[in-house]
Ligand binder design. Sequence first.
Ligand code: FMN
Length: 196
Amino acid sequence: MSIDVAAANAVLAGLRPFPVAVTSVDGDFVNGLMSLSAGAASIVPELPRATVSLTKYNRTHDMLVNSGVFAMHMLSAGEDEIDKSLEILMTLGGSSGRDGDKISKLRTKRGVTGAPILLDAHSYVECRITGSLDNEENTIFVGDVVAAEVFSSAKRLQIGPAWAKLPPEWIERYEANHEPQLQHARDLRAAAARQS
Ligand SMILES: Cc1cc2nc3c(=O)[nH]c(=O)nc-3n(C[C@H](O)[C@H](O)[C@H](O)COP(=O)(O)O)c2cc1C
């Protein structure tokens, strides 16, 4: 099958502009990552659901599989709050929980599911997973919202303005760390293609 990859990526780029911080708990270990895959997943307003897609390379992925719970936080674009938002983004998105604790660097409380709630986030929903879809290199999780809070009245941070404020050294490190993740995804996709 031959596709116009540039056209496909032009259609798909930027569909989900809000970076979210996804946290979870597995036994005694709490952790989290950044994601640009979050969405609402129910048309029933009184029964809200959320969805997020995590790459299998990431430790948080396995924590959602094992625990069945996650918290998904929006970040704030507010003038007095954006520095904390960037700190969350850089802390959770810049390294892996495989290499050590990230969460204790951030202000948290324990949520009703046991997942850590980031107190400097804009807002959050906490979810119990109702279903998941395995796609070789990632899993799309859907969960019932079991708790929610809004901490800030400011606008929610979008990735464009956030990226423009990140230090170039952090972006360079992030891009280097992203390479093995990308290769792992390609390897899993190739292995699945060989089996089919
Ligand atoms: C803006 C941004 C968006 C990201 N989106 C995703 C995503 O949708 N899914 C995912 O699995 N990782 C995503 N990542 C990568 C993870 O946040 C990153 O690999 C993290 O270090 C994984 O940590 P962990 O191994 O502790 O789970 C994103 C990172 C950034 C900075």
